[in-house]
Design a protein around this ligand. Structure first.
Ligand code: PDD
Length: 285
């Protein structure tokens, strides 16, 4: 089980970028996280599409095409030889003057980090995790649009720190208008009166690839589903809550702000979605 890092096509065990890279200095970068299923990168086209959209969202030109990136991912996976891999693609603005103006950066760095997939305890899926509705607001869309997956995650870092201070494993953030948005590295779903609900993109969220697949599964399986804008307090009335993301997959939430969610155990709709999503992963692999 090894970690391999590919910088601009050169694969190493350990790698370094200059402290003059604006990715390091200002969080001026974009990234994607992809997991493999049966050794194959899952939903690779969707992730690459979002990577290019994020780069365009910060006026950064990725110096290679998607085919080049796909080939480099495969070469790096082959060199790491893990049973299943976590793949992180990072494109930084590159080295420039110590000044936020990106026009002195001529060569973006394209980094592909491959490591063994992090093991999430089975207990989290069996019992659910505790989360907290935090006071830190999700960035508004006209400040740093959460739909753009940049390397500037301080908003989410601060939310996670606040959640951990009250004993929660993750945070749910509302936007500056008090509407529910998402978790720190995941999208939010909840159940009210038997309907599966998720905040709409206008609320200021990352359009998660797992989220899209869950919506598709809900439609295909005739599950009552709605996207919308709900105040944070609405979550306190939820019968079930779960988070979705590439690494977590479908993660049940059993405690919100130190109070049990519904029965305090993963509910029937959450369990159904966990099963449908894991079947989907098996079928694409
Ligand atoms: N994060 N919202 C945020 C803020 C995220 O960072 C992520 C993913 C998601 C879920 O997106 P997806 O289903 O496409 O993974 C939602 C990745 C996993 C990360 O940063 O580690």
């Amino acid at each position: 089980m090894t970690t391999k890092i590919n910088i601009n096509g050169d694969i190493q065990d350990e790698a370094f970028v200059s402290i003059l890279d604006h990715g390091f200095l200002f969080g001026d970068s974009v990234y994607e996280v992809i997991c493999t299923a049966q050794g194959k990168p899952c939903f690779l086209n969707e992730h690459l599409k979002r990577l290019y959209a994020s780069a365009s969202g910060i006026s950064l030109k990725i110096p290679h095409d998607q085919e080049w990136i796909k080939n480099q991912i495969q070469t790096t996976l082959n060199s790491a030889c893990n049973p299943e891999s976590y793949i992180r693609i990072i494109v930084t603005r590159g080295v420039g003057d110590v000044d936020i103006d990106p026009s002195s950066c001529f060569h973006p760095n394209l980094i592909i980090l491959v490591k063994n997939i992090p093991k999430i305890p089975d207990e989290n899926y069996e019992k659910g995790i505790p989360v907290a509705l935090v006071s830190i607001k999700r960035n508004s869309r006209d400040a740093l649009d959460p739909a753009v997956k940049t390397g500037n995650y301080l908003n989410n870092v601060l939310a996670r720190v606040e959640a951990q201070k009250v004993g929660a494993a993750d945070a749910i953030m509302v936007n500056p208008w008090g509407q529910l948005t998402e978790g720190t590295t995941s999208n939010l779903f909840f159940v009210r009166e038997g309907r599966l609900l998720t905040p709409e993109k206008n609320c200021g969220i990352l359009s998660g690839i797992t989220r899209e697949k869950i919506i598709q599964l809900a439609h295909e399986n005739g599950m009552p589903f709605e996207e919308g804008a709900w105040p944070g307090e609405e979550l306190l009335k939820a019968e079930e809550i779960f988070l979705s993301g590439t690494v977590k997959k479908v993660m049940p939430v059993s405690v919100l702000d130190n109070r049990p969610v519904g029965s305090g155990k993963p509910g029937p709709i959450t369990q159904k979605m966990m099963r449908l999503y894991s079947e989907l992963l098996e079928s694409v692999a």
